[in-house]
Design a protein around this ligand. Structure first.
Ligand SMILES: O=c1ccn([C@@H]2O[C@H](COP(=O)(O)O)[C@@H](O)[C@H]2O)c(=O)[nH]1
Length: 272
């Protein structure tokens, strides 16, 4: 089954919340864990136990695993495999982007069946040109996986690039939206090419009407984005929008019960 179809089913079962696994050094310290690969592993596997089978999507942040070298990457591989085994969709947040020939290698790593780093979807950067993502689009289609391309990111620095306009007045972010819409044309209920649009971006200023793809909304929680911001940006009907929260949930660890309660509380806030 395609990623967009699997995502639609998962959201219908668990709601749209995506929970991030971001093993920040400060969180490891507050969980009483050592600042090394063993602490990273305890942290990440506690998250797997707490969230696996209970949320639609989990988003491990690759950077924190890479920071521990090969042992950290091995932990990421286990996180991906264990979560997928629990029936939870895994969005690997690696924000990969490069010239097409190198992008093909990233696609082999993150979007190809049998690769230990392949989750269900991966974040990608279209800022070497959306066309440079073609190998990722092809690999995703071939293996039933998805990609999420950065459109309007949650950090304030993103706007100077992403809101810049070309000769026709179209913003760079809108051109990313339009390319994603083209890739999703005709897909029901959701295509496999998603976008990243931060909950903190303030004004949307994008036409998403033809997108037919999911939207990952980071910046919700620890970066200050609220449910009100999500509704103001995307409307009352948040179907297809995946609010994602990492630190605001993870600070409730290390107990799996309190992590799960934090997830439930965020989920309830999204339903109100
Ligand atoms: O525009 C973006 C794209 C990705 N992120 C990532 O999401 C999480 C957010 O973590 P919080 O603790 O909930 O703030 C993190 O992994 C970022 O790298 C983003 O924040 N904004």
């Amino acid at each position: 089954m395609r990623f967009g179809e699997r995502l639609t089913r998962a959201v219908a079962e668990h709601g749209p919340l995506c929970v991030g696994i971001d093993p920040h050094p400060g969180l490891l310290a507050s969980w009483g864990l050592p600042q090394d690969a063993s602490g990273l592993e305890r942290f990440a596997l506690t998250c797997v136990e707490a969230f696996g089978g209970r949320v639609a999507v989990v988003k491990p942040q690759s950077a924190f695993f890479e920071a521990c070298g090969s042992r950290g990457v091995a932990v990421l591989e286990k996180v991906i495999s264990d979560l997928r085994g629990s029936g939870t969709l895994v969005l690997v947040d690696a924000k990969r982007g490069d010239i097409g020939s190198t992008m093909a290698a990233y696609a082999a790593a993150y979007l190809t069946e049998g690769s230990p780093l392949a989750g269900d979807a991966v974040t990608v950067s279209p800022y070497l040109g959306f066309g440079s993502l073609r190998p990722a689009l092809e690999a995703a289609a071939a293996s039933g996986r998805g990609i999420f391309a950065l459109a309007l990111t949650s950090n304030p620095e993103g706007a100077s690039v992403q809101r810049a306009t070309g000769p026709g007045g179209r913003s760079v972010a809108q051109s990313v939206v339009d390319e994603a819409a083209r890739a999703n044309a005709g897909a029901e209920p959701l295509g496999d090419v998603g976008l990243v649009i931060g909950a903190t971006v303030g004004e949307l200023d994008l036409d998403l009407s033809d997108l037919r793809g999911p939207i990952l909304a980071p910046g919700f929680g620890a970066q200050g984005g609220t449910v009100g911001d999500l509704r103001a940006l995307f409307g009352e009907d948040l179907r297809g929008v995946l609010p994602t929260s990492s630190r605001d949930v993870l600070r409730h660890g290390p107990g799996t019960a309190s992590l799960r309660s934090a997830v439930d509380a965020v989920r309830r806030s999204l339903e109100m």
